[in-house]
Write a protein that binds this ligand. Structure first.
Ligand SMILES: [Zn+2]
Length: 235
């Protein structure tokens, strides 16, 4: 899954407006951001295999540290704790953890059965939505539209950066997505890993325009969570 993960970050911002979108993008993409590091280190592996499913030309041979349920949960707890250590914002930390582990469940929806429960487990999970291009685009596109709508309607631009850098980000993700769906397979595993490294920039990009937007006043969801977190600060 690709843009569907970003939908989760956008939607989560609506629920916890005090958490920056850059952090939420890093959370939703965390195990995919770590994955290239483990590929470079030779601890995980992927094979280029056009036709593996209708959507992806990749065979995810071995990725238990980043993409097992236990592995993803561990990264989620670590990232949530790190966020809590820096901000002492409990509702934010829990959300960051949940967004991080959501990646595994969304991957499990689209991947063929290749996601282990724990490192070394022989049970591999995957519902295989990627066998259908139309089904994938429908589900992921729908999620993405909803996420972008939640974010764009729950925040307002402070300036031009806040307005245009958001829409450029959205357009860029859609283009990457179309390229992934219909473009040629990647030339090498190295190229896959480097492309994965480049996605660190997406978190920075999201952080950038998010700082140039503010939470829309009178947003019911945002106000409710903010009221709750004020209680939790005063407790
Ligand atoms: Zn993934």
């Amino acid at each position: 899954m690709l843009i569907g993960h970003f939908a989760v970050a956008f939607a989560a911002k609506r629920a916890v407006p005090r958490v920056s979108l850059g952090v939420l993008v890093a959370a939703t993409e965390l195990i995919d951001l770590l994955w290239p590091l483990f590929l470079f280190a030779g601890l995980e592996s992927v094979r280029i295999n056009p036709g593996n499913t209708a959507v992806t030309p990749l065979a995810f041979v071995h990725y238990p540290i980043t993409h097992s349920l236990v592995g993803a949960s561990g990264w989620a707890i670590l990232f949530g704790l790190l966020y809590w250590a820096v901000t002492r914002y409990a509702a934010g930390a829990v959300t960051v953890g949940l967004v991080t582990v959501s990646h595994w469940f969304l991957d499990a929806l689209v991947h063929r059965p290749d996601l282990p429960i724990y490192p070394g487990s022989s049970t591999l999970v995957g519902l295989g939505l990627w066998n259908s291009v139309a089904g994938t685009v429908l589900v992921e596109g729908g999620m993405f539209l909803a996420g972008v709508w939640l974010y764009a309607s729950g925040t307002r631009p402070r300036d031009r950066v806040g307005r245009y850098a958001l829409w450029a980000f959205v357009a860029f993700l859609v283009l990457i997505y179309i390229g992934n769906l219909f473009g040629p397979p990647p030339p090498s595993v190295q190229a896959i890993a480097w492309a994965g490294m480049a996605s660190y920039l997406l978190a920075l990009w999201a952080e950038w325009f998010d700082r140039h937007r503010f939470v829309a006043p009178g947003d019911a969801v945002g106000d409710a969570v903010d009221a709750l977190s004020t209680v939790d600060r005063n407790a």
